[in-house]
Design a protein around this ligand. Structure first.
Ligand SMILES: [Zn+2]
Length: 248
């Protein structure tokens, strides 16, 4: 879902134009469908591309003859457990990608006329979506680093590190980032833990098989399959640090 309203915005779309693009629920459904199925509709349960429309089945308008299941554009997506109209989701996407300082759940609550609980849920789904779907996996040599809210552990004085104990950062929330050396594109993700499993999972998603990966920490990334791995000393962290201000 990472593409449409944001891209239009950079060419100068206004809120009033957005309201014209999405005048009703159906227009928003069509947009989400176009984003989800750019090469044609397929069954999210089994992948079958030969599916049928079911008249009058509003929440689940499609049926798959192969697995006999019903589905909608929400099925198997981040929107699966949401009952909010897709029109509100489309507006939320717009607000999310166009707010340089980041959109708050309070703003979504007020602007979209939804409950605070719904706004909170929505914001979390939007954050999830942006980490993964924004950019294709990197094929060029890629630099990977973790950074923490409040600074990197290894850059702290010894006394402070001793005080904190263990591995990791000051706060619990870390950002792991990957930078494509050729295009300078960045993928970043908030992670709750910086254990080897989480970090390697991120790298596997962020890069294609056969690519070369440079990391700061040799141990945590040891044993990544299908990637040539080199441990280096770099500080992508400073660069990645700018990301939450843009996307948060
Ligand atoms: Zn199916």
């Amino acid at each position: 879902m990472g593409k449409a309203p944001g891209k239009h915005h950079r060419k100068g779309i206004s809120l009033i134009e957005l309201a014209e693009i999405f005048p009703d629920e159906e227009s928003a459904v069509k947009w989400f469908e176009a984003v989800a199925w750019p090469d044609g509709r397929f069954c999210p349960h089994c992948g079958n591309a030969d599916t049928a429309e079911v008249p009058q089945q509003t929440p689940m308008p499609y049926r798959c003859p192969a697995c006999r299941k019903y589905f909608s554009v929400r099925t198997g997506s981040l929107l699966q457990s949401s009952r909010l109209p897709l029109r509100k989701w489309a507006f939320a996407v717009y607000l999310y990608v166009t707010s340089l300082k980041g959109v708050s759940s309070m703003k979504l609550h007020r602007d979209l006329n939804i409950t605070q609980k719904s706004a909170w849920f929505m914001l979390h789904r939007l954050r999830e979506a942006w980490d993964e779907s924004d950019i294709e996996p990197f094929t060029s040599p890629t630099e990977v680093d973790e950074t923490y809210m409040g600074g990197k552990r290894k850059n702290m004085p010894k006394s402070k590190r001793k005080q904190l104990g263990g591995r990791g950062g000051v706060g619990k929330t870390a950002i792991v980032g990957a930078k494509d050396r050729e295009t300078n594109k960045v993928k970043a993700k908030m992670v709750e833990a910086t254990n080897s499993e989480t970090l390697k999972g991120f790298v596997t998603n962020a890069t294609t098989e056969g690519s070369t990966v440079y990391t700061d920490d040799a141990r945590a990334y040891k044993g990544m399959s299908g990637r040539a791995h080199y441990a280096v000393n770099h500080s992508i962290g400073e660069y990645v640090n700018g990301i939450p201000h843009q996307r948060h």
